[in-house]
Write a protein that binds this ligand. Sequence first.
Ligand SMILES: NC(=O)c1ccc[n+]([C@@H]2O[C@H](COP(=O)([O-])OP(=O)(O)OC[C@H]3O[C@@H](n4cnc5c(N)ncnc54)[C@H](O)[C@@H]3O)[C@@H](O)[C@H]2O)c1
Length: 232
Amino acid sequence: MGKQKIVYDFTDEVVLITGAGQGIGEVTARAFAKSGAHVILVDWNNETVTKVRDELASNHPGATFIAIKADVSSPEDVNAMVKKSIDTFDRIDILFNNAGVTKRGPIKDFTFEDYRYIMKVNQDGTFLVAHSVGLTMIERQKGRIINNSSMSSFVVNRGRENCIYCISKAAVNMMTKAFAVEWVKYNVIVNAIAPGYDHAGGSYSGTGWRICNLVIEKLSNRGMKLLGGAYV
Ligand SMILES: NC(=O)c1ccc[n+]([C@@H]2O[C@H](COP(=O)([O-])OP(=O)(O)OC[C@H]3O[C@@H](n4cnc5c(N)ncnc54)[C@H](O)[C@@H]3O)[C@@H](O)[C@H]2O)c1
C-alpha cells in the first residue's frame, strides 16, 4: 500500500495567525490558504505581512486575506486587530497565537529590559491575543486556539543560552492549561504546540511544514479531543 495522503479542509473557516510575516506563521498561513481558509495575517512588520497577503490573495482567489499591522504586546493594537477582523469576517474560528521573539545570552549579561522584551511579546502578547480573540469565541460558543510554545518550555538548552525564552514559553504552557480548563465549557478548545528547532523561513519543504501539520492536526477531529496540552 502506498502512503496515504492526508487532505485538510478548512473551507470558509476564518483563521487569525500572528507573526504571519515570516517563518512558521507565514508557512502556516500558506497551508491554511491551500486548505480553503480565509486568513487574517497579523505582524508588527507591515512590509512582510502585506507581501504575504498579496501573494496568497493572487494564488487563492476563492478566499479573503487581510493583513493587519499590530504589536501583539500592545492592548490598543490587539483591540484594533480584533475589531478589524470582526468587522471584516464577523467571526474568528481559529487562532494560531504564534508571534514570538528570542534573544541569546547568559542570564548574568541580561538587563531587565532584555528580560521584559522577551516576556512582553511571548507571555503578555500570547495572553492578550488569546484573551481578546477568545472573548469573541466565547460569545459565539465556538473556537479553537493553538498557542505556539516551544520544546524550550520543557528543557533548558545547554549551550543555546536562551533561558529567558525558556521561562516565557513555560508560561505559555500553563496559560494554555488554565485557558483550556476554564473555556472548554464555552466550546473554546485551547492547546499548544511545542516545536523543536526549525528554520521555516522561505523553505516550504522543510520542517516548517511539519510544524504546520502539527498545528492543523491539533485542529482536526483527533486533535479536538485533546485539551490544554503542549505537543512537542
Ligand atoms: N523556529 C524555531 O525553531 C522555533 C521552535 C519552537 C518554537 N518557535 C516559536 O514559533 C514562533 C515563530 O517562530 P519563527 O521561528 O517563525 O520566528 P520568526 O522570527 O521567523 O518570525 C516571527 C514573526 O513574528 C513577528 N513578531 C515578533 N514579535 C511580534 C509582535 N510583538 N507583534 C507582532 N508580530 C511580531 C515577526 O515580525 C516575525 O514576522 C515563535 O513564537 C517561536 O518562539 C520557533
